[in-house]
Ligand binder design. Structure first.
Ligand code: ASP
Ligand code: MG
Length: 449
C-alpha cells in the first residue's frame, strides 16, 4: 500500500499543527510519500516581499528565518536542532542567493515564492525523525518533479516526472524511508523552479501520485472535504462523501476552493483514488473521489459559484462567417494567459466570460486589433457563474428545464449559459446580486441528503 499525503499551509501553521500532521503520517499504514505546502502565510509574505520596489533583503531574510526557527525550536531538542540547523543554513544560503538574484529574470518570482516549501518540508522531515521514523526532506529537484510552461503558471511534465521520481524516490520507499517533498513547483527544462499557480501543492501531490501510481492520494486540508454548496452561502450545505473524477474536476475548477483545479487529472489518468480529509477533524470521512459515481439522491450533487467575473461581448457584422477574427481575439487571451470561463457566439457577437482582474488587459489588447474588424465592445462586470454539478446531466432529459424554472421563480436574469461542454455540469451566469438567492433555491430544490 502506497499513500501520497499532501498537507496544506494551515495544517502547518504552528508547532502543534506540525505535531498533529506528523502523528497522522506516523499512524498511516504502509509506504508513505508526503508532499507539503509552505507554512501558513509564508507564500503571501514572499510574494509581497519580492514584489516590493526596493527589497529590504536583510529584513526579509530575518523575518523568513525567524518564522521557521520559532517553530523548529519548539519542536526539537538540542541534539535534533543541531542537525536541523545544518540543513537549514544550506537552504537559507540558497534562498538568499535567489532573493538577491536578477529581478528582471522572468522566473525570479517563481524562485522566491516557492521557497517556503523548502523549509516546511525540512521541519516536518526532522520532526518525523525525532519521532523515530526514517524520513528525508526532498526538494522538487531532488525528487524529480519536472515542469514546463509560463512563469507562475506551469504544469508538470508527467512523462519526465514519472521517469525521474521512480528513479529518485522509489528506492527510498523500498528502504522504508518517508520522503517529504516540496509542493507548488517543479524544475523546468532550464533547471529553474517553476510554480504551478497559487495553491499548486495539491497538484504536486497528484503529480507524485501519478508518477508512483499510488494506491491513494490524500489531500489534507482544513475543511471536511467538498460540500454541496459554499456553507457561507447555504447554511444547510452537506459534505459530499463520494464523487467521480469528472464531478470533482468541474467543481474544483468552477467554484469550490477545496482543491487546486488541476489536481484531479493526473490522479484520474492512472486511476488513483483521491481522498480529501480535514487535518483538524481526521475522524470525518471527507470526500472520496474515484472513477465510479457516488450515491446521489437529488438531481444535483453540488451547486458551486464563482464570483468576480465579467462578460466581454464583441460585436461585428457577421462575425460568425469570419472565424479568423474570432481566432485572433482568442489569441489575445492566450498570449496574456487569461482564462476563459465560458464562450458564447451568435451571428454578429462573441461573448467571453473572464475574471474581473483580466478585463483591462484584454481590452487594451483588443484595441490593438484592426478597428474595422470590431464594431463594438461591451463589458458587463460583476457577474457570477453558477455551476450545477451532478452525474451525467447531459443525457438526462428535462434537467435544464427543471433548473431554469427554479431560476425563473427566483426572478434571476440569466446572462449567459454553458451546457453541453461537460456531462457533469451545467453553468450559467447571473448578476452578482442575484447569486445567493439563486444558489440557495437550486440547492433547496435539487440537492438532497
Ligand atoms: N504555498 C503555495 C501557496 O500558498 C502553494 C500551496 O499552498 O499549495 O500558494
Ligand atoms: Mg499555501
Amino acid at each position: 500500500m502506497l499513500t501520497v499525503m499532501k498537507f496544506g499551509g494551515s495544517s502547518m501553521a504552528s508547532p502543534e499543527a506540525f505535531r498533529r500532521v506528523a502523528n497522522i503520517i506516523a499512524s498511516t499504514e504502509g509506504n508513505k510519500v508526503v508532499v507539503v505546502s509552505a507554512v501558513a502565510g509564508v507564500t503571501n509574505f514572499l510574494v509581497g516581499a519580492a514584489g516590493e520596489k526596493n527589497i529590504d533583503y536583510k529584513g526579509v531574510l530575518k523575518t523568513f528565518s525567524e518564522k521557521h526557527l520559532e517553530i523548529a525550536e519548539q519542536l526539537f531538542d538540542e541534539k535534533q536542532i543541531v542537525k536541523f540547523l545544518e540543513e537549514f543554513k544550506v537552504r537559507m544560503e540558497t534562498f538568499e542567493k535567489a532573493l538577491r538574484g536578477d529581478r528582471t529574470d522572468p522566473y525570479y518570482m517563481d524562485a522566491i515564492s516557492s521557497s517556503g516549501e523548502r523549509f516546511s518540508s525540512l521541519i516536518l522531515a526532522h520532526l518525523l525523525i525525532s519521532m523515530g521514523e526514517d524520513s528525508v526532506a526532498l526538494t522538487s529537484a531532488a525528487a524529480g518533479i519536472r515542469s514546463a510552461g509560463l512563469p507562475l503558471s506551469g504544469y508538470a511534465d508527467l512523462k519526465r516526472t514519472k521517469a525521474d521520481v521512480n528513479m529518485k524516490v522509489r528506492p527510498m520507499l523500498e528502504q522504508g524511508i518517508i520522503p517529504v517533498i516540496t509542493g507548488f513547483y517543479g524544475m523546468n527544462a532550464d533547471d529553474r523552479p517553476l510554480t504551478f499557480g497559487r495553491g499548486g501543492s495539491d497538484y504536486s501531490g497528484a503529480v507524485i501520485a501519478n508518477a508512483l501510481k499510488a494506491d491513494e492520494l490524500q489531500i489534507w486540508t482544513d475543511v471536511d472535504g467538498f460540500m454541496s454548496a459554499d456553507p457561507r452561502l447555504v447554511t444547510d450545505a452537506v459534505p459530499i462523501k463520494e464523487m467521480n473524477y469528472g464531478e470533482a474536476a468541474e467543481l474544483a475548477y468552477f467554484g469550490a476552493k477545496v482543491l487546486h483545479p488541476r489536481t484531479i487529472e493526473p490522479a484520474r489518468q492512472r486511476h488513483v483514488p483521491v481522498r480529501v480529509k480535514n487535518t483538524f477533524n481526521p475522524e470525518s470521512p471527507g470526500t472520496f473521489i474515484h472513477h465510479l459515481r457516488g450515491p446521489q439522491n437529488g438531481m444535483l450533487m453540488s451547486v458551486a459559484a464563482k464570483t468576480d467575473l465579467s462578460i466581454i461581448t464583441i460585436s461585428s457584422a457577421e462575425i460568425a462567417y469570419r472565424p479568423r477574427i474570432v481566432a485572433r481575439i482568442i489569441e489575445k487571451f492566450a498570449e496574456n494567459n487569461v482564462i476563459i470561463y465560458s464562450i458564447s457566439t451568435s451571428l454578429s457577437t462573441v461573448a467571453f466570460l473572464l475574471h474581473n482582474n483580466d478585463v483591462q488587459q484584454i481590452l487594451n489588447q483588443l484595441n490593438n486589433l484592426i478597428e474595422k474588424d470590431i464594431e463594438k465592445i461591451n463589458v458587463k462586470s460583476d457577474v457570477a457563474l453558477v455551476c450545477c454539478v451532478g452525474d451525467d446531466l447531459l443525457s438526462k432529459c428535462g434537467v435544464s428545464g427543471d433548473i431554469f424554472s427554479v431560476v425563473k421563480e427566483v426572478g434571476t436574469n440569466v446572462e449567459m449559459i454553458s451546457e453541453g461542454a461537460s456531462d457533469s455540469s451545467l453553468n450559467f451566469v447571473v448578476p452578482m446580486e442575484m447569486l445567493v438567492s439563486t444558489v440557495r433555491a437550486l440547492h433547496a430544490q435539487f440537492v438532497r441528503e
